[in-house]
Design a protein around this ligand. Structure first.
Ligand code: ZN
Ligand code: ZN
Length: 348
């Protein structure tokens, strides 16, 4: 048996004993978790909004640890290796995987999320996790880097980084980031790493705007100021060269499209569930906009991001506000859901 944070219903997470995971395929590994986190995506499950979610699902898709067991066909990992798990899984051998497009792998799934995006897998807010396709899904990390510096490679850091990468941020650009949650803050950090001269962070929650300012962004509270007017005033009325959307939903996407200049790029990593987004195609045509969607892919991007952490260019651990033990995970969800915690990590 092991201890795990288990979903029982909306806003009902309990830490309890469940069966320890076993190797089910010869490409599996078992991971002993050392650090995990609660992600904004987990809140959709917390609220009971995820299709197919059932009582008994072990939560969590941001986690890392050491390899405890490997199947007979695991080639690149050994017991004791220290690794970050990619939040999404993929087979590593199909056409999409060979292009580095793991999200489109037909065998892709998301840890701790039920059957919504593939096979239902136990999550990482647990003492142990079964990892399918371990050679592909687990990312080895240097022993010199502490858990908190590399943990977010498995999801939110990679997602924020991809957002800036897909935006094609160039040195000297003015970049507007819609959303100052963890992914939005990482998108702002990544835009600066890619050379942005000025970064605007747009949100309405004062603590989030303060976080954006702490990392050098110009904060815009959209309940008090019109982001389009502020950014126009700062760019000779042109608008931002690149807009990064890190929230999801219609209003944030409207904001991103609204603040970008003609011939600019809107890069989207927010989770979009609306099935009929009324993009003003005439406006997009007249302004020659580029609009790009992306899903973070740790398996593809970790090799680019790890050196930035190792060389102190990126300090992702600076967003952590709460460190808790597994037993306090239900309280961690409550604080995170009520926006009293910016980022919660779980130490095992
Ligand atoms: Zn996540
Ligand atoms: Zn594949």
């Amino acid at each position: 048996m092991m201890k795990a944070a288990v979903w029982h219903g909306p806003r009902d997470i309990r830490v309890e004993d469940v069966a320890s995971p076993q190797l089910l395929a010869d490409t599996d590994a078992i991971l002993n978790v050392s650090t995990a986190a609660i992600c904004g995506t987990d809140l959709h499950a917390y609220h009971g909004e995820v299709p197919g979610f059932e009582p008994g699902i072990v939560m969590g898709h941001e986690f890392m640890g050491t390899v405890a067991q490997v199947g007979s066909k695991v080639a690149t990992l050994a017991v004791g290796d220290r690794v970050v798990a990619s939040d999404i899984t993929a087979c590593g051998t199909c056409w999409y995987c060979r292009q580095g497009q793991h999200w489109n792998c037909p065998r892709r799934s998301l840890f701790g999320y039920g059957p919504a995006f593939g096979e239902s897998l136990g999550g990482g807010q647990a003492e142990q996790v079964r990892i399918p396709f371990a050679d592909t899904v687990l990312i080895r990390v240097p022993s010199a880097l502490p858990d908190e510096r590399v943990l977010f490679l498995g999801d939110i850091l990679t997602t924020g980084y991809l957002c800036a990468l897909n935006g094609g941020v160039k040195p000297g650009d003015v970049v507007a980031v819609v959303g100052c949650g963890p992914v939005g803050i990482f998108a702002q950090m990544a835009a600066r790493v890619q050379g942005a001269a000025r970064v605007y962070g747009i949100d309405r929650i004062p603590e989030r705007l303060a976080m954006a300012e702490r990392f050098g962004s110009v904060a815009i509270n959209f309940e008090q100021q019109d982001p389009k007017a502020v950014i126009a005033a700062g760019t000779d009325q042109r608008g931002a060269d690149v807009a990064l959307e890190a929230v999801g939903g219609k209003a944030p996407l409207d904001t991103a499209v609204g603040v970008v200049r003609p011939h600019g790029t809107v890069s989207i990593v927010g989770v979009h569930l609306e099935d009929n987004y009324p993009l003003n195609a005439l406006d997009g045509f007249v302004r020659e906009l580029t609009i790009r969607f992306g899903v973070g892919d740790p398996m593809r991007l970790a090799a680019q991001i790890l050196p930035l952490i190792a060389h102190d260019v990126l300090h992702p651990e600076q967003i952590i506000t709460h460190r808790i033990s597994l037993g306090d995970v239900p309280e961690g969800y409550r604080l995170f859901n009520e926006r009293q915690a910016f980022k919660v990590v779980v130490k095992f």
